[in-house]
Design a protein around this ligand. Structure first.
Ligand code: ATP
Ligand code: MG
Length: 251
């Protein structure tokens, strides 16, 4: 990995790029994944590279949904594996949910590499290689899922997901939780809960809210008054307010 000085003002962002480049070299991340990350980065700049209040509300709702799910599954793609492998493994242990490697640009080799990485880092159960079921309405290899995983799950945490697949999962009756920096993406709009935040920040927050809830803390029933579309409007309001603030407008 290229050595980035900690004092660099864009240290965190540059480290993420290095992790993705390393992901490509390890056969984990797709080249297209780099472009998708770029779109996310642009939104992160607008957000101010921090967690918005609306993202915290979505995180509360996501934690409640995961903890009340009968069969939760966490979907992992090449960008998620490169940026947040440790966090998805930790969350999967906390909520007792398997990980399922589910990649848009599917090749058996990349799938195998991601699975191996997750297992090497301690994941107990990694699905995705059986591919014995298909998401209806999706063509080609990207429809492939495991029957005992995503196909039969009631709640799917699908960070950085593609809009088509999110829509198809919702049509199957699943409740999809996504993490996506773009509040305007089809995925954000279709999901039951959209956490508009960077994958690493969002996963860390989600883990701590789940831990707190497991101890009996946190908001009583955050799902009761949670409306994802209203929350996305709040995200956009927060972004607009920030952009109008004097600190943003001083050149
Ligand atoms: P959609 O298909 O949902 O309309 P899209 O085609 O713009 O969206 P995809 O490339 O299918 O997006 O999915 C990647 C999504 O992940 C993008 O919306 C992008 O903003 C988001 N994203 C990329 N990097 C990150 C990151 N580090 N953290 C959170 N979200 C990210
Ligand atoms: Mg897409």
């Amino acid at each position: 990995m290229f050595r980035i000085q900690k004092t660099h003002p864009r240290y965190e962002s540059l480290i993420k790029r290095e992790k993705l480049v390393a992901g490509i070299e390890a056969g984990i991340t797709s080249k297209q994944g780099l472009i998708a990350h770029g779109r996310g980065e642009a939104f992160d700049y607008l957000i101010g590279e921090r967690t918005l209040k609306s993202a915290r509300r979505a995180t509360e709702a996501a934690a409640a949904l995961l903890l009340t799910a009968k069969k939760p599954v966490i979907s992992v793609n090449g960008n998620v594996a490169a940026l947040a492998a440790k966090e998805v493994i930790e969350l999967s242990e906390l909520i007792n949910a398997p990980l399922e490697v589910n990649i848009f640009y599917r090749t058996e080799e990349r799938l195998r590499q991601i699975k191996a990485l997750l297992e090497k880092q301690g994941a107990a159960k990694v699905l995705g290689d059986k591919a014995d079921a298909r998401i209806p309405g999706i063509e080609h290899a990207r429809a492939k899922v495991d029957h005992e995983g995503i196909y039969s799950a009631d709640v799917v945490l699908a960070p950085l997901e593609d809009g088509d697949r999110c829509e198809a999962l919702v049509k199957m009756g699943k409740r999809v939780i996504t993490i996506d920096l773009n509040p305007l993406s089809r995925t954000s709009k279709d999901a039951a809960v959209s956490i508009v935040d960077d994958i690493e920040r969002a996963m860390k927050n989600l883990i701590s809210v789940v831990e707190e809830k497991k101890k009996g803390g946190g908001k009583e029933n955050p799902l009761e008054d949670y409306d994802n579309k209203e929350n996305l409007k709040e995200v956009i309001k927060e972004i607009v307010e920030r952009l109008k603030s004097p600190s943003c407008l001083s050149f």
